[in-house]
Design a protein around this ligand. Structure first.
Ligand code: GAL
Length: 415
């Protein structure tokens, strides 16, 4: 009798569970070591709730390939449940009518209270949440191998001039000064770090947020290109096409001294079991100590027809902003939690420094959106900037003055 009852209860329970279980197909580009570990956390937490995770990973740092694949899928009427879509792109997808409202989940879980307003606003289309932020990455970081610096007799450079001086010594000591992958988004990441020092925060915003033609074509921008060009002397000949995480591994292995890259690079150091302050150093990109270039990863949610899959979709949205997920995910990813009410005791010194600078710059100024990572302007203007920057960087004879003029022209055509 007792057994029968138990079986009955079990079958009622499991059918209730099955009725709620759905599938989420999630498009992302997190395929490098630290990234994949982070994505796996989300998959696991969703599966623990009885849902199925269909992984839709499209390799390629920065997500250009992922966005191309997403467009094809969406246009053919078969979008995934959620896709890694950021910044201005969220507005573009919202405007096209693809995204679904998450306002019920947002209200139940008080997203307006737990998120910085600046970030919450970007997640909304027409006043309703259509996307969920995952983290805050700081882009203007320099990663260094202390053993290599020591062998070259240099310390961590804090200005561009110091960087070039250190670079010469590192080269003379037989190491590659700067690990870099020659891909347009990596060139743009390096370019914006140089631009931040040379332009300062105000003109950076004028150039890449306001798309101010005078700043884009002006003397300071010419100097940005001049300094950017110098960077090339410190990169090895095998850089074209190299993935960012391969560049990071050159710093980890001691083949190269430094990399200028967002703190997803820290995910690689962490995955390799390295400890900050001991095996590697995180420092602000030269000359940008009091500035913070932010890159907020987020998932946008597509309109679905199947009721069970809609439920799974909402479970995913809720999970992303849970404290448990925010902690484990960001420990692996190298970023800081997007919730500001988190216990940070498990985070390392780089994450604490990032959180500190994020809060400080939000109050005092110096918090700027990343152009290279889709935070500052439309994908059209961003694409135009990428083209000019990459062409310039790959042409030995390119002229900084002409480049600044081309930059303004290309951006204007994309507006
Ligand atoms: C960025 C993304 C990061 C990181 C990086 C390299 O655009 O925001 O999360 O994954 O690309 O793939």
């Amino acid at each position: 009798m007792k057994i029968k009852q138990t079986l009955l209860t079990l079958s009622i329970l499991s059918s209730a569970f099955a009725a709620q279980a759905g599938e989420v197909e999630v498009l992302h580009w997190w395929t490098a070591g630290g990234e994949a570990k982070s994505a796996a956390v989300l998959k696991q937490m969703l599966e623990q709730q009885g849902h199925t995770w269909k992984d839709f990973a499209v390799a390629g740092g920065g997500g250009e390939s992922a966005m191309t694949v997403l467009k094809t899928r969406a246009v053919s009427g078969n979008p995934p449940s959620a896709a890694q879509i950021k910044g201005h792109d969220i507005q573009e997808w919202g405007g096209l009518g693809f995204l679904t409202s998450l306002d019920d989940v947002a209200q139940q879980n008080h997203w307006d209270d737990i998120l910085p307003k600046m970030i919450a606003d970007v997640m909304k289309w027409d006043g309703e949440y259509v996307a969920v932020p995952v983290n805050v990455h700081r882009v203007n970081w320099l990663w260094a191998n202390p053993a290599v610096l020591k062998k070259a007799g240099v310390s961590v450079p804090t200005t561009l001039d110091e960087f070039f001086a250190a670079g010469d010594k590192i080269k003379a000591a037989g190491f590659i000064p700067l690990a870099h992958g020659g891909q347009p988004w990596q060139d743009a990441t390096l370019f914006e770090a140089v631009a931040l020092e040379v332009l300062g925060s105000d003109d950076y915003v004028k150039a890449f947020v306001d798309l101010d033609m005078d700043v884009l074509s002006g003397d300071k921008m010419v100097n940005v290109f001049t300094q950017f060009k110098k960077m090339h002397d410190y990169i090895d000949d095998n850089s074209p096409g190299r993935d960012w995480n391969v560049a990071t591994s050159m710093v980890i292995n001691g083949d190269a001294a430094m990399q200028i890259m967002g703190d997803w690079a820290k995910g690689e150091f962490t995955a390799a079991g390295k400890v900050p302050g001991q095996d590697y150093i995180c420092a602000p990109a030269p000359g940008t100590a009091n500035q913070f270039t932010y890159n907020v990863d987020s998932f946008a949610f597509f309109e679905l027809k199947n009721a069970e899959n809609q439920k799974a979709q909402k479970a995913l949205a809720k999970t992303i902003l849970s404290k448990d997920f925010q902690e484990v995910f960001n420990l692996n990813k190298g970023s800081i939690p997007v919730r500001l009410d988190m216990d940070m005791s498990k985070f390392d010194s780089c994450a604490l420094a990032s959180m500190d600078t994020f809060k400080k710059t939000a109050k005092q100024g110096g918090l700027v959106p990343s152009m290279a990572h889709g935070m500052s302007t439309t994908s059209y203007a961003q694409g135009a900037i990428y083209d000019v920057v990459t062409n310039f960087f790959n042409d030995k004879n390119a002229d900084p003055k002409q480049a600044a003029q081309q930059l303004a022209k290309a951006v204007k055509a994309a507006m």
